[in-house]
Design a protein around this ligand. Sequence first.
Ligand SMILES: Cc1ncc(C[n+]2csc(CCOP(=O)(O)OP(=O)(O)O)c2C)c(N)n1
Ligand SMILES: [Mg+2]
Length: 598
Amino acid sequence: MGDGTRDLRVPRLAGAGGRRGQRRRGGRAVTGTGRADGGEAILAACRSLGVDVIFSSPGSEWAPVWEALARQARDGAAGPRYLDLMHETLAVAMATGYGLVTGRPQLVLLHAGPGLLQGACGIHGALLAGVGMVVCSAESLTYGEGLAAGDGAVDPGSQWYRNLSMVGGPQAFAAPWTKWSSQVGDVGTLYGSVVRAAELAARGPAGPVYLNVPVEVLLAPWDPARADVRPVAAAGRRVSADDEVERAARRLLAAERPVLVTESVGRAPDGFAALVELAELLAIPVVEPQSAVCANFPRTSPLHRGGEAGPLVREADLVVLACCRAPWYPPSSRPAGAEVLVIDDVPQRPVMAYQVLGADQYLEGDVGPTLRALTAKAKALGVDEQRVAARRAQLAAPAPARAGGGAGAAGPGLEAAEVAAALRELLDPRAAVVDETITHSRLIAEHLRAEEPLRYSYVQGGLGQGLGVALGVKLADPGREVVLTIGDGSLLYNPIIQALAASRSLGLPILIVVCDNRQYRSMKLNHLRFYPDGAAVAADDFRGVDLADAPEPADLVAPFGMFGATVTEAVDLRPTLARALESVRTGVTALVDVRLAR
Ligand SMILES: Cc1ncc(C[n+]2csc(CCOP(=O)(O)OP(=O)(O)O)c2C)c(N)n1
Ligand SMILES: [Mg+2]
C-alpha cells in the first residue's frame, strides 16, 4: 500500500519561496521548533500517567509525536522512551509482556487502519490476557479539502484520501476486539482522552483500548494551559463488603472438603501470596486446571494438587474459584454436590461469548486484598484446628507431576517434560518463562514447578505473540532471565526477523527453546478426535499437520550473530541449554531447538 510519498508535498521553508507564515503550500503552518500540537498533548498525557514506553510500528501520522520526542530529547526533558519496532505484532506483544510485569498500561502507536489490523491479533490476545494498553492510530477528517482555497487547511497527505480512508473510522473495526474504542474529535480533548483511555485500560477487566487520533487533530496547535495537565491519581482499591466476606469465611470454615481452583490469581498484585496465606491457614488443596494461564501457587507445596480439577472437585463440598474464567467443561458441568464460591475482580468476563460459573456466592473486588480480608475474617471467626490438621495430614506429600507426553505415538527424540525439568534445574531462581507451546504446555507448566509469580506465563490469543511478549517482559525487568518455550509451528507465526532484530538492537537477550516435533500436532489430534476411524487415519493422509520442510529453527538466529543449536539426544540437552544460557547471560539471545518424540 502506497504511503503517499509520490504526491507528498515537501514543506518549503519560509524565505525559500514559501508564503510568509506558511511552510506548506496552501496549508496551515505546521509544527515549528517550539509550538505545541497534538503530538505534545500525547507526550504530556504519557508524563501525567507515568507511561514510560511508547511501542510503535510507524506510520506517517506520528510525525507530531516524533517532533515532540525530538524536543523532549533536545531539552533534556523527562518523558517516555520511544521504540520503533518493525512489525505491529511485535509492538503490541511487547506492550503485553511489559504490562504483564508492571501492570501499567503503555502506549502503542500503529498506522491508520492497516497497522491496526496487522496488530489486531496481538490486541485480541491482550484483551484475553487482561493486559491494559492504549493503542492509537489515525484517519483523516478533511482529505486535504480546503487546501486549494489557501485558507489555512491542514494538508494530511494524499495517501489518506487514496489508500487509507476507512468507512466508519478505525474505531469501528477495533471495537469488537478492544475493551473500549473511540475517536478524538478535537485537539482540545486529546490530552484528556489519552489520560482517560489509559485509566479505562487499567480498571477491571484490564484490557487494550483504542483511540483514533485523526491527523488534523495531531497537527492542530495545542495549548497546555487550557488542559488540566497534572499527575494522574492511582486507581482506588476495591474490596468486598464486610458482611459478604464474613458469609464467605463461614462457608470456608464449615466446609469439610474444600478445594481451591485458580487460573490467574497470580496475575493480580499480591494474589499469589494472598492465596498461599488462605490455603495454608485452612489446609485447602489447590488445583491449576488446564485453563490456568500463569503461576498461581507454589507447585512444590503439598497443597498443590496438580492440573486435574476433576477428582477433587467431584468429592468436594465447597469449590472456591479464584480468578477462573472457564472452570468447567462442558460449561454447565459444575459439581452437583458442592457449593461454589467465586472470588474474582470481574467474574463475568465481557470478552467471553459464553460462560457458566454456577456460583452460590460471589466475592468481588481486587483479588489480593479480597483474599487477605477473607483470611483475616476466617482467623477472627476461629479456625477448627482439628479439622484443618486432619486435612493437612492427608496432604502431606506433594502431588506427583505427570510423566510422559500424553496421547500420540512417540518417535525418536525427547519429551517436553524433560525439557521443562532441565530448564527448572538450570534457570536462575527468578527467571520468567513465557510459554507459547500448544500440546506441550501442560507438561511444561507442571515440570517447571513454579514457586513464584511470573515464573510461568502462557501466551493468550492467536499464535505469533510469544517472541514479543518475552521481549516485553525482558524490557520491563532487564535483570530477570527470560525464557520463551515455543512450538515449532507457533514460532513460524511470529515476526521472527523483526523480533530478533529488536532483541539485538535494544539489548534484550532471551533464551528461546523450541519444542520441535516437526508438525502441528494439535491439528492432528483434533482431526483424530472428530474422525477416529476416518479416511485420513486409514491412509495416514493428514493435512494441516506436516512441518518436515520448515526451516531449521537454529539457522534462523545465524544472521543476527546469536547462539543457535539443535538437540536430538537427551544426553545433549543440559549441556546445550547451559551453553545457551551462558550466551544469554553475556547479552546474546540464544535459540535451542529440541527435537521431540511427539
Ligand atoms: C493466528 C493463529 N492461526 C492459527 C491457529 C490454529 N492453531 C492452533 S495450534 C496450531 C499449531 C501449533 O503448532 P506447534 O506450535 O508446532 O504446536 P503442536 O501442535 O505441535 O504442539 C495452529 C495452527 C492459531 N491458534 N492462531
Ligand atoms: Mg509442533
